[in-house]
Design a protein around this ligand. Structure first.
Ligand code: UDX
Length: 427
């Protein structure tokens, strides 16, 4: 397993738990020693336990140096990052560098498997780089969500394996036999495209939902009822229908840009996808406008309490977090930001990060929920109200119960739902 990020580490630890012998390789010596001692840096339920058990069973080890690690492997998984490169395309330098490093020492018949999300055609390119006909290249995309990666791995909706050597693809599929999931065996290009097509579809779905939420606000409808009514249609499904401050994270933004670029490379103008990306940016702007409205129209000098910074609940990942994107605009417009996230500490430019939710309320003109951590629902909102200067709560995740907020003497506004104004008490 080359690369011990979210994907490599989860895949390595889970494959070890299925009974395979796994060596995880990384260039980061300090990280390798931490992992060898069972210390996992990322917040991923169940992962540290699987790492411990894998090490104890002698089925999982961590080393530096890919060349030595792959010499006796039956399969080598490439799990190195493919970040958004210049112009929006996937940056394949890490994949290519590892391939060049290990190509000549791979044992005969060893499957070289790409887990990293790579543009269509990369398997072919890797095959050329390896320059060997006795090493089949197989695409085996992952569909792990951060925060539920172990559960997703062990209970997958499907396994996708693709290669121009179908026997090799099938053999890689068998590594997952214990999981009892449907296995889609495909040619290399189709398998590579599945990953992009799936992630981009999810992004389209969310941009669509955020657009419908905007219509709800303008038409006086309620998105939670609209999506409930839509979701019972099995062709649509009930998940991935929650509006929010826009989609983010380590995958959706980079994969949507990369697929637009892939399409451009074959002269296809993927306007549906570029619209979804534009809509996502517009959603962030609408959220900023909503917050500005809550503090009387001017953000300069306004004190905003921010609940949530991670790109979604259940993770400490800040990569491409819509919460941070909204905060950076608020900060640029002169707002004074006090933020709390249960999984994030340390300094972040443009805001004061505190370690307690109630501190964000202190003297705040408005409090904004940007990440859907369940604990925000269970705050003592009457105590929050006491601490606040203003009365507005902007709930960009529709997380809170508006009645609880109103009962606390505050006003609630979400996304695509009717506002719940504070009751005026006449004494
Ligand atoms: C995603 C894919 O789901 C996963 O299959 C792939 O392997 C990696 O990319 P992840 O980035 O962990 O996983 O996040 P996901 O749970 O899919 O959420 C993506 C973004 O959409 C987040 O910003 C999240 O807050 C947002 N989202 C999700 C919504 O706004 N509403 C929803 O209903 C669901």
């Amino acid at each position: 397993m080359v690369g011990t990020g979210y994907v490599g580490l989860t895949t390595g630890a889970c494959l070890a738990s299925l009974g395979h012998y796994v060596t995880c390789v990384d260039v980061d010596r300090a990280k390798v020693s931490r992992l060898s001692a069972g210390r996992v840096d990322i917040l991923e339920p169940g992962l540290a336990d699987l790492v411990d058990r894998g090490i104890a069973a002698g089925r999982l080890q961590f080393v530096v140096g890919a060349r030595d690690a792959v010499r006796h492997a039956q399969a080598v998984f490439l799990c190195v990052p493919t970040p958004m490169g210049a112009g929006g395309s996937a940056d394949l330098r890490a994949v290519e560098a590892v391939t060049a490093e290990i190509g000549d020492v791979l044992p005969r018949g060893c499957a070289l498997v790409t887990k990293s999300t790579v543009p269509v055609g990369t398997s072919k390119r890797i095959q050329e780089l390896v320059g060997r006909t006795d090493v089949p290249v197989v695409s085996n995309p992952e569909f792990l969500r951060e925060g539920t990666a172990v559960a997703d791995f062990l209970g997958p909706d499907r396994i996708v394996v693709g290669s121009d050597d179908l026997a090799a693809a099938r053999w890689v599929g068998e590594l997952y036999a214990e999981l009892d999931a449907p296995v889609v065996v495909a040619d290399a290009a189709s398998a590579e495209l599945v990953k992009y097509a799936a992630n981009c579809y999810l992004a389209l779905k969310l941009s669509y939902v955020n657009s419908i939420a905007e219509l709800c606000e303008r038409l006086g409808a309620d998105i939670s009822l609209v999506t409930e009514g839509m979701g019972y249609d099995r062709r649509i499904g009930r998940t991935f229908l929650k509006p929010g401050p826009g989609w983010g994270g380590s995958c959706l933004p980079k994969d949507t840009s990369a697929l637009v670029k892939v399409a451009e490379s074959v002269n296809y103008d993927f306007t549906m996808l570029t619209s979804a990306i534009d809509e996502n940016l517009a959603q962030r702007d609408r959220i900023v406008a909503k917050i500005a409205g809550a503090v009387g129209g001017t953000l300069a000098g306004a004190r905003i309490g921010v609940l949530g910074l991670a790109f979604k609940a259940g993770t400490n990942d800040l990569r491409d977090s819509p919460a941070l994107a909204v905060c950076s605009v608020l900060c640029a417009l002169g707002a004074d930001l006090i933020a709390y996230d249960p999984a994030v500490d340390g300094e972040i430019a443009g805001m004061t990060v505190v370690d307690d939710a109630y501190q964000v309320a202190k003297d705040a003109d408005a409090v904004v929920v940007l990440t859907e951590w369940a604990e925000f629902k269970h705050l003592d909102w009457a105590a929050m109200a006491e601490l606040m200067e203003g009365i507005d709560v902007v709930d960009t995740r529709n997380l809170l119960d508006p009645r609880v907020i109103v009962d606390a003497g505050l006003s609630w506004q979400g996304v695509g739902r009717p506002r719940a104004a504070a009751r005026i008490t006449v004494s």
